[in-house]
Design a protein around this ligand. Structure first.
Ligand code: ATP
Ligand code: MG
Length: 260
């Protein structure tokens, strides 16, 4: 089962929290390798996964010498020739850090002209994503930058599916069609909705009625544990077996997606 899913949504809806919890849960439940990718330039997936602050995780985009060696061009160099399919298969082993069975890769920022621009850094990231998607029988969960304009082709174009995280709040619901359109534009075929910070049935209904035809993969309640963990600067559900049933259900649904 190969399963590569990106998590998108408006700012602060819970993408990072959810990516980390699902990654830990999948690692505990499956004998497959789980890779969590931080594709937000403001990196914080490491903390959500519970990595110690002292753990050095260099973003791939910042491996200047490595990128130059593999692509034949200095990052940032424009108008020069560089390889469009650099060797990347050793990146996961070499540059990821592992905790509780989850391997974390941090992508870093691509400083390019936006759009479909291809530069040495995006060439590496794109090749890496293709490699993870095509050649590795792993579960890959990618935590993305907030908003729609950042659904970068280089990093998210090769994912199997996108889960749009939505809160009951009106602005988070309003962002769904834009994100959906952007995802379709870059070729992501399967799009799901995940309702987060749900307090009651009314919250669920609000979300269901505002996402059109998009299938809902599950709802996660607003929990004291996540709020307290955030306040205390620790990861929520230190003992992953104590996570709410709703999250376990979503893990099962995701595993089913991989089979279907
Ligand atoms: N189910 C939940 N219950 C309670 N608090 C939650 C829940 N999900 C997320 N939060 C809180 O919401 C805040 C934002 O969460 P998180 O950082 O995961 O969102 P994000 O979408 O990754 O944000 P950004 O767009 O800045 O990357 C955090 O304080 C987090 O603890
Ligand atoms: Mg985040």
């Amino acid at each position: 089962m190969a399963l590569k899913i990106a998590f998108g949504g408006k700012g602060g809806v819970g993408k990072t929290t959810i990516t980390s919890l699902l990654a830990r849960c999948l690692a505990a439940h499956s004998d497959q390798c789980v890779i969590a990718i931080d594709a937000d330039p403001v990196t914080n997936l490491a903390a959500a996964l519970g990595f110690d602050e002292s753990t050095q995780i260099t973003p791939i985009a910042e491996l200047k010498e490595f990128i130059e060696e593999r692509t034949g061009a200095k990052p940032g160099a424009l108008g020069t020739f560089f390889s469009l399919n650099p060797k990347v298969d050793d990146i996961p082993e070499q540059f990821s850090q592992e905790k509780d069975g989850v391997k974390l890769l941090v992508m870093g920022t691509i400083k390019d002209g936006g759009g479909g621009c291809i530069c040495p850094v995006s060439s590496i990231l794109k090749a890496l994503m293709n490699h993870l998607v095509l050649y590795q029988d792993d579960i890959v969960l990618m935590d993305m930058e907030a908003g729609v304009e950042h659904l970068g082709r280089a990093t998210s174009g090769s994912m199997d599916g996108l889960i749009i995280v939505v809160n009951p709040g009106a602005r988070s619901r309003a962002a769904v069609p834009q994100i959906q359109k952007m995802a379709i534009d870059i070729g992501i075929k399967k799009i799901y909705i995940l309702g987060n910070r749900i307090r009651d049935n009314e919250d669920k209904e609000l979300i269901k009625t505002s996402v059109g035809e998009l299938p809902v993969i599950g709802f996660i309640p607003e929990t004291e544990e996540i709020i307290n963990a955030d306040r205390d600067g620790r990861r929520p559900y230190e003992d992953i077996t104590t996570i709410p049933e709703e999250i376990k259900q979503i893990v099962d649904n995701i595993i089913q997606l991989g089979k279907g």
